[in-house]
Design a protein around this ligand. Structure first.
Ligand code: OMP
Length: 222
């Protein structure tokens, strides 16, 4: 049964579990942390699934009131996410320019690292999968600035709400990015939402203690 949290957060978590994009076990993160859960956006691997995911992103963006006039998907995982979101906004009556990057520069053909609509003078919304330490997001911010765009916001599906070091500030990586750069970070759902969701779901409740222990060690205050 669907828990009470009946908005884009619950819809997204339900969809992620169904697609097995959200899994429980033991996972080593980029940071080296051993996590009891992992979010793999690559598992949103069908058109219908991506379309539903994009609707969750669009709802979160509208709820946060972000203003922007270009969508940017960082390679690789951000590319289908930004593309699906662009299609969702078009379906809602708003046609927004779309761009992404390639990881390897080409020395022939069109050349360059950026593909799609020019970033020049645009208010850019970065669309990515997950934030842990914020490294991937900071790289994307640098790409936007180098391309002449102004970062206007960052949207991710999942904010893991982790602190950078241990025992220092309780600020999350997303909060640190927002306060360092002035660019707001919006998540469809956070670890906090996942914990609420797990608390109300008979299938997930047995994972809750390990999630809570992980949050006690690496989680930010909020
Ligand atoms: P940061 O760059 O540390 O914010 O981590 C984001 C990246 O971590 C993602 O782009 C993934 O490569 C990876 N990741 C996940 O995809 N899902 C997770 O649940 C956790 C991570 C991670 O390694 O922290």
């Amino acid at each position: 049964p669907l828990p009470a949290m009946s908005d884009h957060r619950a819809r997204f978590l339900q969809l992620a579990l169904h697609a097995q994009a959200l899994r429980f076990g033991e996972f080593t993160l980029k940071s080296g942390r051993l996590s009891p859960y992992f979010f793999n956006a690559g598992r949103f691997d069908s058109g219908a699934c991506l379309a539903e995911l994009a609707a969750c992103y669009a709802d979160a963006i509208e709820a946060a009131g972000l203003r922007f006039d270009l969508l940017f998907g960082p390679a690789y995982k951000g590319i289908p996410l930004a593309t699906a979101l662009g299609c969702e906004f078009a379906r809602r009556g708003r046609d927004i320019p779309l761009a992404f990057n390639r990881k390897e520069a080409k020395d022939h053909g069109e050349g360059g690292l950026l593909i799609g609509a020019p970033l020049d003078g645009r208010e850019v919304l970065i669309v990515d999968d997950v934030i842990t330490a914020g490294t991937a997001i900071r790289e994307a911010l640098a790409l936007i600035r180098a391309g002449g765009g102004r970062p206007a916001g960052i949207v991710v599906a999942l904010d893991r709400q982790e602190v950078l070091g241990e025992g220092e500030s309780r600020q999350s990586a997303a909060q640190a990015v927002a306060s360092d750069t002035g660019v707001p970070v919006v998540a469809v759902a956070s670890l906090h939402d996942l914990l609420d969701f797990a608390g109300e779901s008979a299938d997930l409740v047995h994972h809750r203690d390990r999630l809570l222990a992980y949050r006690a060690r690496y989680g930010s205050g909020s």
